[in-house]
Design a protein around this ligand. Sequence first.
Ligand code: ZN
Length: 193
Amino acid sequence: MMDLHYYGDPVLRRHTGPVKRFDQDLKTLADEMVTTMHESHGIGLAAPQVGILRRLIVVDVSDEHDEPVIMVNPRVTRRNGEHADTEGCLSIPTLQVEVRRARDIEVIFQDVNGREHSMRGKGLWARVVQHEVDHLDGRLIVDYMTAESRAEFESTWPEVLREALRRRAAGLTVGGDEESPEADAAVGSEGEL
Ligand SMILES: [Zn+2]
């Protein structure tokens, strides 16, 4: 499992470049990201969250967490409707933010072999893809907060982060464990992104 980078780490705000080489290194990286997402109980993960400044995301909204989709150089090419829902982020444990996003989208991306695909979908899948593409552009869910709640969040964050790192070092799930499953709630209690 790769190390997650947390809010406050400048890597989460940096510009990401396109993936140009479709080689074994890319396949290894994508597989490690899928493992990291699953082991963190996430339903999506973007490369900057593991310190890699490339346009690569992984998404798995399946019930059994066994249908990961790797998207290289994803671009949202169509957006329809609007929907607001609560989101969490693996890089910002415990924070929940209501985010208004397109309800259904089309995304064009390449697979690890460089072949282009187009997928259309709605609901949780569309929300996760938009959240992860935001990461590639250095955008985070805190950017959707009101100034007031953001200021409140910023004042508590150093302590929250210390606790999250302590839990992680102790081998506990960051942002919640079996004793407090509600802490893992995000996107209608379906997981973190
Ligand atoms: Zn996130």
